[in-house]
Design a protein around this ligand. Structure first.
Ligand SMILES: *Cc1c(COP(=O)(O)O)cnc(C)c1O
Length: 341
């Protein structure tokens, strides 16, 4: 059996410059009480919610690389699209504040009906204001890209140099950035004497899963990457992950096998951004047993999917499975009224 060796992946990643916005490495911690509650496998959590800047989350790792490109291009304004409670936009706004850049957010309205009165103003929306972002309302239905282009055009007319952050910071460079998580997990697992059977996480705009898949192909070939669809569009998500991973594999010189992309359907609830009973159960378990703050849009659904796979006996009790906590806790406050606590 091969042992995990992250050195090849680490050296391939080292040629990509990064800004150092995220606090890395993030910890890999045991979830002993959740493991006991579910009766195994042994569960671990990779704390990507703990990347630091502006409440942290999985987008900071991608922004570290992608915004290096923005700065190299002498951009002075960041432009980003996302829904009202987007964690991605909040991390872009935080990075812009830290870097001394202006941040313009195209805020998509109408992807979901606001589930609570606090949805519009609390959580990420509050933090975006705190970090000094500028807001532009854009309808979800219609040509969102054209609206962002127009916003960029207006900024250019004012003599600014805008940089467009891709949706969810998910492009091949963002995926390369996320492959750095695999270097950390491989090193941490080796130090702990753990050989993870799987790494499970929630998947949305594709960059996270693409990075994990490409990284694992080089450094953890025996570990399965399992993405839990939270968009209620598993086919679309899977094809986005395949495209993004292919681009990332080309950039980093890895082989890419489509069969390595697994997107699990059935745990997204009725729609994106709408938590259902299993999501709320997962959030409460993680809080009560592990003092983890999961969110109702992403990580809560991700853990709901992992719990369902465990209950379906996907893994043996003596195996090790890592859950990636991708962040999103600020959205809890925007959904307070639907949590029933
Ligand atoms: C964006 C996000 C994800 C999904 O990551 P993608 O790279 O968009 O697939 C998961 N969890 C949280 C909390 C997020 O904000």
């Amino acid at each position: 059996m091969t042992t995990e060796d992250p050195s090849l992946l680490a050296s391939r990643l080292s040629v990509f410059p990064r800004l150092g916005l995220a606090s890395l490495p993030t910890p890999l911690e045991p979830m002993r009480r959740l493991t006991a509650h579910l009766g195994g496998p042994r569960l671990w959590v990779k704390r990507e919610d703990g990347t630091g800047l502006g409440f942290g989350g999985n987008k900071l790792r991608k922004l570290d690389y992608v915004l290096h490109e923005a700065i190299a291009a002498k951009a002075d304004v960041l432009v980003s699209g996302g829904v009202v409670q987007s964690n991605s936009q909040r991390q872009v706004a935080a990075a812009a504040a830290k870097l001394g850049m202006e941040c313009h957010l195209a805020v998509y309205h109408g992807r979901l009906a606001p589930p609570t009165p606090e949805y519009a103003t609390s959580g990420n929306a509050l933090l975006n204001r705190l970090f000094g972002a500028h807001f532009h309302d854009v309808p979800w239905t219609g040509n969102r890209n054209a609206a962002i282009e127009e916003l960029g055009g207006r900024l250019r007319e004012e003599g600014r140099r805008p940089y467009f952050v891709p949706y969810g910071v998910s492009n091949p460079l963002g995926a390369i950035a996320y492959a750095s998580t695999i270097v950390e997990i491989a090193e941490q697992s080796r130090a702990l004497g753990v050989r993870p059977a799987a790494i499970v996480h929630c998947t949305g705009s594709a960059g996270t899963q693409a990075g994990l898949v490409v990284g694992a192909s080089l450094a953890m070939p025996e570990t399965r990457i399992v993405g839990i669809d939270i968009d209620a569009e598993p086919e679309r998500v899977r094809s986005d992950v395949v495209a993004c991973a292919r681009g990332a594999a080309d950039l980093i010189g890895a082989r890419f096998d489509e069969s390595d992309v697994e997107v699990v359907a059935g745990h997204a609830g009725p729609a994106y951004g709408v938590p259902h009973a299993a999501t709320i159960e997962a959030i409460k378990l993680a809080g009560a047993l592990e003092a983890l703050a999961l969110d109702p849009v992403y990580s809560g659904k991700g853990l709901a999917g992992l719990i369902a796979l465990i209950r379906a006996r996907r893994w043996q009790p003596d195996m090790d499975v890592i859950f990636v906590h991708t962040g999103g806790a600020p959205a809890l406050f925007a959904y307070q009224g639907v949590l029933g606590i």
